[in-house]
Design a protein. Sequence first.
Length: 338
Amino acid sequence: MVRETSSPVTTTSPTSMSVEKSSDTNDRPVAVKTVGLTKIYGQIRAVDHLTLELRQGDLFGFIGPNGSGKTTTMRILATLLQPSWGEAYVCDHSIYTHPKEIRRLIGYMPDFFGVYDDMKVIEYLEFFAAAYRINGPKRRRVCEEMLELVELGYKRDALVTSLSRGMTQRLGLARVLLHDPQVLILDEPASGLDPRARIEIRQLLKRLRQMGKTIMVSSHILPELADICNKVGIIEQGVLKVCGELEEVMRRIREKITLCIELWDQPDGAARLLDSHELVESVDVRQNRLYVTLKKGVEDYRELPRLLLEGGYAIKLFKEEEINLETAFMMLTKGMTS
Ligand SMILES: Nc1ncnc2c1ncn2[C@@H]1O[C@H](COP(=O)(O)OP(=O)(O)OP(=O)(O)O)[C@@H](O)[C@H]1O
């Protein structure tokens, strides 16, 4: 099995790269767009010429260390903060000229939000539904539906202060879904949750994507985002280092390809054969598998499986090792902003 050819990549600046989108992606309408978005606080460039585009139905993982500019970007998109300069659009509406329209179209969940004492879960949602002018019998119906969606129906009469953090986050999601927004901007919805509650949030995000929502979700929980996002952006010190389709991003940030090969027999002989090949930098044998690291820049390695077959080795498995999002993140960021 030989690796597919990668799509072209556009380097936008020495410190950032964007990845061209597949034709499938380009067929969907643009849901969120920023062009040169910049926010300056005194000496700090919280967001620095950030350009990105999300299409309808994208689940975009916005990843960066503490203080890298995620919240600032999200607050600008939510029309809660004015940028220093640059453009931002939600469903073609400019944050400068059409903030009201944008507020109707988005559901923004901040990283921290308060809940009210002495309020039941259903009352809490009804309070916000009223703020969205959802009136009459529809209000109760929508609130009940949202509670079911986030699997909190059984807690409808509990006090909001009695909910666990995971339940409170799910209630927060129900709240931002009340007015059926097209675009969800979720600032670290899984932060502070235990593994089980994180899985529940992830499943919920997947479900929301299936419902056609465009979702921008920030997180430090990198491997989890890799599971659910189709697009990722990695930001550091306000600069979007890399942005694009998840698979392409992974492919581009990896400097050297490592192949994982399993044979029906004789791994040591095959290891020696591969180790002497000009494309190969090193071969490691672990648990009967060969991990073959290619030299920097080598992308076409189709002659290697041929070599093995001609040498009489029967191949059981031949694949590229996948780089995970956490490794990618560590490679791209230097931990300067935490
Ligand atoms: N109101 C403000 N005044 C001054 N500086 C600010 C303000 N808000 C944010 N900053 C600075 O802007 C930078 C980006 O902050 P931001 O909150 O956007 O980062 P973040 O990636 O969301 O961080 P975290 O993951 O910790 O929430 C940081 O250096 C922060 O200290």
